[in-house]
Design a protein. Sequence first.
Length: 351
Amino acid sequence: MASGKIKIVLFGMGRMGRNHFRVTKLEPQFDLVAVVDPVSNATPAELGTTKLLRSIDELKGVDYDAAIIATPSSMHFDNATALMDAGKHLLVEKPLCTTAVDAIKLVEHAKARGIKLAVGHVERFNPAVRKLREVLRQGFLGTPIHISVTRVGGYPENLLPGNNVLLDLAVHDIDVVRSLVGSLKVEASVCHSTVKEGVLDTAEVFLASPKGPTASVHVNWITPTKIRTIRVTGTRGVCFVDYILQTCELFGGALLNARQPVEATFSELLELYRNSDKISFGVNKEEPLRVQINQFGRYLNTGDRGELCVGPDAVAAVLLAERSIRLDARKHDSSVDPATDAVPTLDTEFV
């Protein structure tokens, strides 16, 4: 990358696009030269010196080095392919594509053309997740056994065709878990279509790593309030992380001094619970999206990708989400009518 500011173009001015617009404008290493959006109503006052273009064709003649793709996921493949063919480096919002097949094609295309391709799995840059990595690396938890994730909130205002709660939400935490423990496989999943037929809005995904902990990821668009948490259980304690509040806390009954009740009475068990050791780790709160765009700039200038999600990791997140949909664990045993008084047999699936 040449010295001086990185000239960048933003595709999409929806909710995430506007966030990318804001943080890119804040960073002095970037010059946001244009936004491409066919329907944006952004005003000249909002855009400042940034041009508003209506199609990728209007970029002909525009001098730029890289692009951020924050369009609907269904458009990622075509936009990314066209931009890579033009020799532009990319930061693509998650998921990289809506199918693993297309994601693999993009990663291979980027490699063949020498394109730096990063994907916006922004929770990698959440300061609380970074702190959790330190906690695990330094052995505070002992041996990690299980990871439990909850990411829930209200139904999307604008549901786009092909989207579902796994591609929208679960890919975040699948990627975070992979960044903590390495490769994963889907053991089982349970998915629901509650509000709109055929649109998965709730899912529970069960994951396993070859030698490390297991994990469960719960996501939904049904809970009326946002919850974003991850809990890691180890042999010495349990660590709670709140993505939104950016907190990281470790609880354990014997982190400092082992304590055991003399008698297993209710009052003594309650006292032991109250006096469990608690460590609140210091977390330097930052906006993850701004940290991510800074790292993208370093990646372009020096090749240092840091914690950026690059192609192969992004493919894995889509592939695991796709497998979770296919491996929906629910089966329907039509031989048993739950309304009857029939006694279940030992091999009856639903009892």
